[in-house]
Design a protein. Structure first.
Length: 333
């Protein structure tokens, strides 16, 4: 396929984002723009309807900004891609509505993409890895993913809550800002003592709720905030790196790719790199703006699907809150 320019819309949770990418005739990608806005609750966790209302207010400006920065008009687009799932229903529907409207106005195809697969494909497209195992660590998702027999297979995942969700829940108890990962990372630099938090690896899967309960009890008993932050990171990330390494051995891969908002954490990046080097493998970590939820990753996968002829009819564009990674038929590889 000739060169294409695709706009992607991300709205699965608290972040609304629009991004524009160019795919050249040889399959290479250039990120032309990313414009994002994250809704932060005044207290507690994400309220889907309130986040969706914020997305509805912000998305038009984000889309205009992304197109303007990319110096692309709506009718110069080759397609409009959007996150069809998984995610929070009201948030997904807001992004999907914006994508349908822009697709109709511009007269270009609509492409609904899987949010989790987009995290993998943006790294694969821009980092130069060929066939990696993806350690996908975010607020709502924690999975170890690899390609096999026409689909992205989930080799391991959380049995309860995502690692980012665990950090945010602890952060609320500790009166830290939302999302809490960056604040915990800063506190962890002052930690000196590794506390005995539960290490819950069950085969290829992980669980974080026991760790969260234990950390909150230790905090109530007077444990140091810095030691708790360091211990949460060290134990949780060691669990993730262990199952990622096991998946690499199982499928015979020598590339590890990190994705998701928690992959912006410097300590997780370091642990993944050290594990990979110890195996004679390589770890690939996209820049932080491409690890967190963003419109460019949606656009990258949208461009890949467009090149393979996998567009989305209007009647098939309903959002899917529980859109599993391994449900996606990978026609573009």
């Amino acid at each position: 396929m000739d060169e294409s320019v695709v706009l992607g819309i991300e709205s699965t949770a608290h972040t609304a984002s629009a991004g524009v990418v160019r795919r050249d005739a040889g399959g290479g990608f250039e990120v032309l723009s990313i414009r994002s806005s994250s809704w932060s609750p005044p207290k507690g966790g994400i309220h889907p309807r309130e986040a969706a209302n914020d997305h509805a207010e912000k998305l038009p400006g984000l889309i205009r900004g992304a197109l303007g920065e990319a110096r692309v008009g709506p009718r110069e687009l080759s397609a409009v891609a959007f996150a069809q799932g998984p995610g929070l229903g009201p948030c997904l529907r807001t992004g999907a509505s914006a994508a349908r409207a822009l697709s109709a106005v511009a007269g270009v195809p609509l492409v609904g993409v899987n949010h989790c697969v987009a995290h993998l494909e943006v790294g694969r497209a821009l980092m130069g890895c060929e066939d990696p195992v993806l350690l996908y660590a975010s607020g709502g998702n924690t999975q170890v993913i690899a390609y096999a027999a026409g689909r992205y297979r989930v080799f391991g995942e959380t049995l309860d809550i995502g690692v980012g969700n665990m950090l945010d829940k602890y952060g609320r108890a500790a009166s830290l800002p939302f999302p809490s990962g960056p604040a915990i990372e800063r506190l962890a630099r002052g930690g000196r003592r590794l506390l005995p938090l539960p290490y819950s690896v069950k085969g290829m899967d992980v669980a974080f709720s026991g760790m969260l309960t234990s950390a909150m009890q230790m905090r109530a008993d007077g444990a140091s905030e810095e030691d708790l932050a360091m211990s949460l990171q060290e134990v949780a990330f060691a669990m993730l790196v262990e199952v990622a390494e096991r998946a690499m051995a199982h499928v015979g891969r020598d590339e590890l790719l990190l994705g998701g908002g928690v992959a912006a954490n410097a300590r997780l990046r370091e642990m993944a790199r050290l594990m990979a080097e110890g195996r004679g493998a390589r770890a690939f970590v996209p820049e932080p703006r491409l690890c967190v939820d963003n419109g460019a990753m949606i656009a990258v996968l949208g461009a890949m699907m467009l090149a393979a002829g996998a567009t989305t009819r209007l009647e098939d564009s309903a959002v899917r809150q529980r859109f599993r990674t391994d449900e996606v038929e990978v026609t573009w590889r």
